[in-house]
Design a protein around this ligand. Sequence first.
Ligand code: URA
Length: 234
Amino acid sequence: MIKKQINQNDILNFELLNILDYSYIFNNEPIKRIKTKPTLENSLSKLENLKSKIEAIRDCNLKKNASKIVFGDGNIHSPIMIVGEGPGQKEDELGKPFVGDAGTLLNKMLKAIKIEREKIYITNVVNYRPPNNRKPEKSEINRYSEYLKEHISIIDPQILILMGSTAMEALFGGNKRISKERGQWKEIIIKQKTYKSIITFHPAYLLRQPDQKKFSWEDLKIIHKKIDELNIEI
Ligand code: URA
């Protein structure tokens, strides 16, 4: 009888292949061995870079008519990020998002679920005030959504709150009704990372339609529950 020679190394290699994921072994991407937490300087310089890119935009009707850029505000390391539509008059004057009447209501809404505004990060889909506070056009939403995605990826929040149909359109595309989409957790992949997001009514809409506040309150409670579930500290 011929005794089959078994190489001990082959057995070990075979066992190793079985326990490892093939896609991992044959992936061409370099392996990131150390997971680096973004440092303050890192995120700040990335945000400065992004801001400069937006400031370099040409042929934009929003930019031509606005007095200044409204980039973002709040804690850049916050686990919660809010995205609104675009600056209004007050925001255009002060260069900060949500500082007018809609901002006052937003602060109250956050307070109702025990969130201090300063502890979260806020930005808008478009960074320049649309003339006469009109809704940004489809082409403008598409153009600025690329910058918004980069913004989200730099802040890297655990929870993304999209306020209003423009924010919904920027990340989930048009032809959707906010009244149908609001109040549900939806996953969105940005730069290969999955984010938990929720769509809710915009505070400016609630100021015009106060009877809709009951739905907004439902959404806020859902957000509060998720913060508890994920043990998010803010
Ligand atoms: N509405 C928005 O969407 N963003 C602001 O910054 C202010 C009002």
